[in-house]
Write a protein that binds this ligand. Structure first.
Ligand code: PLP
Length: 423
């Protein structure tokens, strides 16, 4: 008898989860019945509260990944849950065939928060990026006058913008890309951080530059301070849109609403996602001025779920929390703590550490082990983080984390590094 049949027999009707299964049983079930598109650490989470999660065995972990920044406001956030609950009891989905009373207030609050005029709401980050690409191409033909089907978009090497066929077409990661061709044409990739290379790739066919202000998946790569200002200037000189993918860097992660703020650069469009849904549902958006977003007319782009009333209720609350709450201040204050403590580790088992706000990429000495091994050992000590590219560990705790909790996490990190060095 297979596991599902057993589960079916054991489970009383109406059982919401699979609490009867142990950790190994859960993992075996997922290994057997879920596609292997991820290789999760062997922790089966059953509940979350603030910066903490609890697994099916009752073990507590400090969640220092926070859903890659989707959980910026922590698990089980009472303000977000109250907003979602209120809306669940009213109406959750209308489609855009009709208006709903949550959309207008949400999009105007979101646009105002970042000083733009309009919003195009979608769901996942990849959809926001696809929206940016479509809008940029249409703007290129209709406003800039690029010859039909010749529009190009300049992107950066080692980018991460999502997983659709078009987006992986301009990824430089063989794992993300190989086997998924034929690839969408119209993209030019240049090394991240190199403004001269970017300028050389721009010509009369260029509609947009699409860039992450800080590259998250690549290992929290913070570009030189003058990089974004130079791109802004190149875009202005060549009449090219600057689109900032702030899906991971935006909404508080770096201590500001937009990572772009650190360099004073104002892009033509922002792409937001992840934390925009408060960790409750996928919510993403492209935010720009009229002269950009007005190229899209009815029937040309959309989504069944984009702009749904539940997303609007949660999204409005996210905007209010960011503008009124302590989250940015906490990310700034604790970001300084994080930076100071990581600096102490450099040379002691850590080769380099980059951080901005509550977001860090830590290159562990490969001689100590892989990033995966380190994450595994941290999990055994109650800290959840995620490796990326070999021996780099990425940290992005919820912005609600306390100083004591952050120090506790870094103490465990130090312990594990020490243990690996001594073996
Ligand atoms: C996560 C991410 C995306 C894709 O978001 P999904 O919701 O997973 O589709 C796009 N851009 C950046 C910078 C991201 O970090």
């Amino acid at each position: 008898m297979n596991m599902t049949q057993q589960l079916g027999q054991q489970k009383p009707a109406g059982d919401p989860g699979g609490q009867a299964l142990s950790t190994p049983e859960h993992i075996a079930l997922v290994e057997k019945r879920s596609a292997h598109n991820y290789s999760p650490l062997p922790v089966v989470i059953a509940e979350g509260h603030g910066a903490w999660v609890v697994d099916v065995e009752g073990t507590k972990y400090l969640d220092c990944l926070a859903g890659y920044s989707a959980m910026n406001f922590g698990h089980h956030n009472p303000e977000l849950l109250a907003a979602a609950h209120r809306q669940l009891d009213r109406v959750t989905l209308t489609s855009r065939a009709f208006h709903n009373d949550q959309l207008g207030p949400w999009v105007s609050a979101l646009a105002d928060m970042v000083g733009k005029q309009k919003v195009l709401p979608m769901n996942t980050g990849a959809e926001a990026v696809e929206t940016g690409i479509k809008v940029a191409r249409k703007w290129g033909y209709e406003i800039k006058g690029i010859p039909e089907n010749e529009a190009t978009i300049v992107v950066a090497g080692n980018n991460f913008h999502g997983r659709t066929t078009t987006i992986v077409s301009f990824s430089s990661d063989p794992e993300a890309r190989t086997g998924f061709g034929p690839y969408t044409p119209g993209f030019r990739s240049v090394p991240y951080g190199d403004a001269a290379a970017l300028e050389a790739a721009v010509d009369h066919t260029t509609a947009a530059v699409l860039v992450e202000p800080v590259q998250g998946e690549a290992g929290v790569i913070v570009p030189p301070k003058d990089y974004l200002p130079k791109i802004r200037e190149i875009c202005d000189r060549n009449r090219v849109l600057l689109i900032a993918d702030e899906v991971q860097s935006g909404l508080g992660r770096t201590g500001t609403i937009r990572a772009c703020e650190h360099t004073g650069v104002v892009p033509d469009a922002y792409l937001f996602g992840k934390a925009l849904g408060g960790g409750i549902l996928p919510v993403s958006a492209m935010v720009a001025d009229e002269n950009v977003l007005d190229v899209i007319q009815p029937g040309q782009h959309g989504s069944t779920f984009g702009g749904n009333p539940l997303a609007g209720a949660v999204g409005s609350t996210v905007v209010r929390m960011l503008t009124e709450g302590p989250y940015l201040e906490n990310a700034r204050h604790l970001g300084a703590v994080l930076r100071r403590r990581l600096k102490e580790l450099v040379g002691n088992g850590v080769i380099a550490a980059r951080s901005i706000g509550l977001w860090a990429g830590i290159d562990v000495d490969p001689a100590l082990g892989t990033g995966r091994e380190l994450c595994q050992k941290l999990a055994e000590r109650g800290v959840l983080v995620k490796d990326t590219h070999g021996s780099t560990v990425r940290m992005s705790p919820p912005l609600t984390i306390s100083e004591d909790e952050l120090n506790w996490c870094l103490d465990r990190f130090e312990e594990v590094i020490g243990e690996l060095r001594d073996r």
